[in-house]
Design a protein around this ligand. Structure first.
Ligand code: NAP
Ligand code: GLV
Length: 310
């Protein structure tokens, strides 16, 4: 029987994924990877932040399935064999991302944060209706998640733009691409949403240069990876009033250390890397379908490009 190994950073997480994957793949033998154990001769690995030892032990692997959309962690693992790596595509995360962005966007654009403060003072202060033109949204990364977010925000009436590596057209969204059009994209953006993958080209992209280029009173929403942000530059821009607020779901160090200045900063909102959570049923469906396609010698989607890093 063809063998599949499941490996994550935590034994309980591995057991959970093993428990939902095995019933979907009854013709395969699945087992949990435990450091120190002998090889089982697995052909496929299903992983999320696995120990690097996995690749020294299981030397017959032919493909790896990542239990998430972002592949920066797996691609950075020492000893990763030169075999295909597949990632999740959307897997129920795109609607969650849109919900997250609309929640925090409206906190500022509709003044909901101010109403919460006024409630504490028992003060009734209705604002004028929203002028959407004052809140142009710019989404960095127009992939599985960014495109869905941009379309959802545009559907509400916010002038919406997206920036990607390659040119494309999306109905209702102004599109920009490449380094040459980056400054132009930033200059028309007040609410910046980051949904880029973390690669050598995008690490540290949210820095003082970028923050200086946004419209005044900008709001930065980072829901991709913490290492996209140069923390000292963002804190300086917040303190200087260049940036009105930052909504951060991901951090250079996770969990965010309890003494980090972000925690108590009055202009920062924090969530613990939950902007979008992989839906088990979608992940099981995508991975089991792809394994069967590979077994039939057919191509499967979600293949990560090693040259671009996503
Ligand atoms: P994706 O489908 O691979 O899309 C990536 C997008 O980024 C593409 O549009 C790509 O351009 C663009 N891009 C890549 N490098 C670029 C560069 N140097 N300059 C400009 N654009 C560039 O990725 P996804 O599935 O939407 O996921 C995006 C990221 O979200 C993941 O990598 C992960 O880090 C993060 N994420 C976070 C959470 C959370 O809970 N916080 C959950 C899931 C995912 P092209 O279209 O031209 O290739
Ligand atoms: C979560 O952060 C993912 O990349 O799926």
């Amino acid at each position: 029987m063809t063998k599949i190994i499941v490996a994550t950073a935590q034994p309980e997480t591995t057991r959970r994924w093993l428990g939902v994957m095995q019933p979907a793949l009854p013709e395969f033998e699945l087992s949990a990877f435990q450091p120190g154990q002998a090889a089982c001769g697995a052909k496929y690995a299903i992983v999320w932040g696995p120990p690097a030892e996995l690749f020294q032990v299981e030397t017959q692997l032919e493909a790896i399935f990542n239990l998430g959309a972002g592949v920066d962690a797996i691609l950075g693992l020492p000893g990763l064999p030169d075999i295909p790596v597949y990632r999740l595509e959307d897997a129920g995360m795109a609607p969650q991302m849109a919900e997250y962005v609309i929640h925090y966007l409206s906190l500022y654009s509709r003044g909901f944060e101010e109403y919460a403060l006024r409630q504490k003072q028992s003060v009734w202060t209705p604002k004028q209706g929203i002028d959407y033109a004052r809140w142009p949204v710019g989404v960095m990364g127009l992939g599985q998640l960014g495109t869905h977010v941009a379309k959802a925000v545009a559907a509400l009436g916010y002038p919406t733009a997206g920036w990607a590596r390659s040119p494309r057209e999306e109905e209702g969204i102004e599109t920009f691409h490449g380094n040459d059009q980056f400054k132009q994209f930033l200059a028309r953006t007040r609410v910046l949403v980051n949904l880029l993958p973390l690669t050598t080209h995008t690490r540290g992209i949210i820095n003082s240069d970028l923050l200086r280029s946004l419209m005044p009173e900008a709001v930065v929403i980072n829901i991709a990876r913490g290492a996209h942000v140069v923390d000292d530059d963002l804190l300086a821009a917040l303190d200087a009033g260049k940036v009105k607020a930052a909504v951060l779901d991901v951090f250079n160090q996770e969990p965010l250390p309890s003494d980090h200045p972000y925690w108590l900063h009055p202009k920062v909102k924090i969530t613990p890397h939950v902007a979008a959570v992989t839906l088990e049923s979608d992940a099981v469906e995508q991975i089991s379908r792809r394994i069967r396609l590979l077994e039939e010698g057919k191509p499967a989607s979600g293949l990560v490009r090693r040259d671009t890093g996503y």
